[in-house]
Ligand binder design. Structure first.
Ligand SMILES: N[C@@H](CCC(=O)N[C@@H](CS)C(=O)NCC(=O)O)C(=O)O
Length: 245
């Protein structure tokens, strides 16, 4: 899988320098995306004969193709759809103001982006309260009489932590797809923009969002594979520099 260091889909194994995209990368990209005018972007995955782009499509492909450990999608169509809706809402509402906040310089624009970001996080807090596992009439989870096994024994603290995922105790593509952005918001914004997202959410009483973000970041796989704060800030500085040329 090809990624770039600054990206939410970062992988240390195969990186592309987006400032000087190699010809082989451009060729590979357009062997998948036939629109020659499309800007070549990572991630790109080559898995045998399967070649794909778009992080959400790649994640879902991997979850379905290599469904051997913790299942990342619930078995019933209604819960699957709610997980997809959660991901769509997060990417449509939360990610744009986050990216805006990263790139704007002017004080007024930063304040507006911060306001929009917090409103989007408040909407996601409501979304989890309405649809999240074990809560609300439209909640995902055992209401639909499915169960997802967890392959490891967990301590009480870990179990309590896991109640905080979108699907209650079940880690799913909802977290997989959003955790990289949570990590960036929580780790990068305080230093990059003096905006402490976690604290602001606490101040606004977005308790479900706070516990969801904490559970995302505590997940052992996220801790193991997520880039460190310094790498993220450095990657952003490099990106700003290369795109300013
Ligand atoms: N919707 C795409 C977005 C991919 C994307 O924008 N990737 C960025 C890096 S994180 C990229 O490669 N940009 C190309 C460039 O900066 O030239 C996805 O989720 O995979």
């Amino acid at each position: 899988m090809l990624t770039a260091r600054l990206c939410a889909c970062w992988s240390p194994n195969a990186q592309v320098d987006l400032a000087t995209k190699p010809a082989e990368f451009i060729e590979l990209y357009h062997s998948i995306v036939t629109d020659k005018a499309a800007k070549e972007a990572v991630p790109v995955i080559v898995d045998g004969k399967t070649r794909l782009v778009e992080s959400r499509i790649i994640s879902e492909f991997l979850a379905r193709q290599y469904n051997t450990g913790t299942p990342l999608l619930p078995p019933d169509a209604a819960s699957q759809a709610l997980v997809q809706l959660f991901i769509q809402q997060f990417h449509a509402k939360v990610v744009p103001p986050y990216l805006r906040l990263i790139h704007v310089e002017e004080q007024k624009a930063k304040a507006e982006a911060t306001k929009d970001l917090l409103e989007a996080l408040a909407a996601m807090d409501d979304f989890i309260n309405l649809h999240g596992g074990y809560q609300g009439d439209h909640a995902v989870g055992p209401h639909y009489s499915w169960s997802m096994h967890s392959s490891v024994d967990q301590g009480a603290e870990e179990q309590q932590q896991q109640q905080q995922y979108f699907m209650g105790p079940y880690y799913s593509l909802a977290e997989v797809s959003c955790t990289p952005f949570v990590a960036r918001m929580v780790q990068v914004l305080p230093e990059w923009r003096e905006v402490d997202v976690m604290q602001l959410c606490k101040d606004k009483g977005l308790s479900r969002m706070v516990s969801w973000m904490e559970a995302c970041l505590q997940r052992p796989s996220a801790r193991l594979t997520g880039p460190k704060k310094d790498e993220l800030v450095e990657g952003l500085a490099e990106w700003e520099w290369s795109h300013a040329m």
